[in-house]
Design a protein around this ligand. Sequence first.
Ligand code: C2E
Ligand code: MG
Ligand code: MG
Length: 739
Amino acid sequence: MSNSNGLFVFDEEQEVNDLNKKVIKILTVEDDINYQNALTNSLKEMQVDEEYTIEVLVANSISQAALVLSSHPDIALTFIDVVLEDDDSGLRLVDTIREVLGNSDMRIVLLTGQPGFAPEQHVMKSLDIDEYWNKSDVSAEKLQSIVTSNLRTWQYISQISSARKGLQLVLDASRSINSKHDMRSFSKAVLEEISNILHITNGGGIICSSGDSNTKAIISTANGCFDGFEGQLVEQGVLSSDIYTDFELAITEKRHVFSKHHTVFYFETKSLDNKSYVTIVKSDNSIGEQNEYLLKVFSENVNTGFSNIALLNKLTELAYTDVSLNLHNRNWLTREIRNMNLHEQYRTKLIVFEVEQFEEKAFTFGHDFCQILLIEVYKNIKLTFASFSPRIAIINNSSFGLLVNTDVEISKEMITVLNRPMCQIQMVRQYADVRVLEMGLRSVLSFSPEKIISIAESSLSDNRSTSSKYIKHSQEKTEALTKRFSLMAKLRAAIGSGSLEVALQPKMDLVDLTPIGFEALARWQLKDGSFISPEVFIELAETAGLISELDCVIFDKILATIQELKNKGINLPVAFNASAFDLANPQYFDRIAQKIHEVNIDPSMLELEITETQAISNYDLIRESLEKFMALGIKVGIDDFGTGYSSISHITEITANILKIDRCFICNIEHNTDNQYILEMIVNLAKRFNFSIIIEGIETLEQCNWAKKIGCNVAQGYYFSKPLFVKDLIEWLKQYEKP
Ligand code: C2E
Ligand code: MG
Ligand code: MG
């Protein structure tokens, strides 16, 4: 093929070297060099739209074609000779373009010199081959129309495909920024993603924020050509004048401003934190209509991102703030400790200030008064430690925690200042005394921040009985508390698994010296076989809020024990110990009544004991419960009677049937005339008010005789028997002989 056969027209005047024009690449794959030259020349000289210029690429074999295709993925149109090395080489090349390279945008025109080699229709369709021509049929006009129509199709296809890719980019970009939850990484990601969307090679971006319209915006994040701008105020000289003008426009009109080489976005989170953000992006490539559209879509996500972070910050702030006092809270102090490295912890001490008699003050003066009082205490602490950069938080309803360097010495003067007369609240002059505990974090290095604060609190409350206003926490104290915490965890497990046991101690009739009932006492045996005293674990359960669960487990065992004794023909009442925590809970009675009903035993087979101290100090809360138990037929006994505060004066009011006189009165009774006198008085009083009397802790025959002598009918004590597990008790009952 040559010029002489008139297939192509050459336009000698055409200028193709205009750099501003968009380059359209056309590839010809042809092993007939003459034909290829003619084709190439014709293509080069072809008339196309003014804004385009054609670049013709050539390949004479499949392997050359593969090389060109891999380095020019943006080829618009390819002419392929069907018969190259083999009869179907051309078709295989098309298959590679579509399937292996995944290029579906490129338009493909097949050419052949042998008409019989036309590919079948379905192959054309599946490989998306646009046209098939006999080389001899391709006239100059034909070539012009083939190229024009295919280039138009390619343009449409590539526009759609780039829009799709653009949207995919926006989608990926949105995903990427949405995974950032702090402002710094979010802002960085926003700038990076905008650069990706715009394919910025030369340019960059900044994000700046401002509080309100009076404050100047400050650059918080910068990249690309703005690298190093962070921290600067946005001012005329900092940004070029055209960008600065659009920046001001965006701020005043609260909108995005798009321009050919830069874009200014305006975002605000005023409803959440009264802030606005401006993002400026500069690109040396022209931004273009399609990219502007993509940026608008993306900016919606950025806006949501700014709002989400503002919301998150607000929630985080709330989580670390005591809202009613507007002070840092316990979580905050915990986080401060958590954020310290080991060295910092070593150099820090925690000081806890507890307002004394806070509960009483709250009860007497009310909530509002106490809030003011706490603020006053807070101010005083802050002032006293002002020169030591204190970090202060309220850690529970009556205490503050303070972190300071270990160099800070707490002097006597400081304690005095902290306890000075404080303020006049609601016409009342107040002395807000505080107790202070000092604890070097180095003594509790192995503990979690939550535990560290609890240890300080426990240490302070353990020392409540001491009159000292200042307590220094020691390593030994940590060890003791650690043991206690560990015991508490074991107790929790023991209650959970129901592994606590019940021991029974006989109550004896002193007239005929026979057992008339038992008291059930909780027993806790550790895995090593040792027993923990109820004096220890009952108190532990009360502190840990486990006492109701414990009593519930024990009560179930008591019911089972009554059943077991009944099966052996022993039908005597069993007393159980209840705590004020139980009785103050209105559901406690219902639960017990339900259980009794379920096992179908007579309520008179049970008696309830509550210690005098607990009964008196919570009397208003538990009276109703006690009345219900008595109405059901369960006798109520006041345990450890005589040890509680103002017991005698309350005797007439008490809802109970039995007074159990504490063992401290009987111990050493033979030689203690005071106790003899008190005991006689209690017994006489009790009789006058129709209470039955039980005397506890009888250990000797003499004590037994004394109890009898002063008119006490029932007694309990080691003299008769220690508390026994049911199996041993049954044995004891069998062998019991009256003394
Ligand atoms: P309590 O109810 O006053 O029980 C009597 C305590 O005195 C028992 O101590 C018993 O073992 C002991 N005792 C009995 N006779 C003598 C004696 O002759 N001499 C001496 N020195 N002691 C004697 P225990 O078992 O250590 O219980 C201590 C306290 O723990 C009980 O005092 C009771 O207040 C409480 N407690 C025991 N079990 C439970 C329970 O299941 N629930 C609740 N809430 N408290 C319980
Ligand atoms: Mg008791
Ligand atoms: Mg007792």
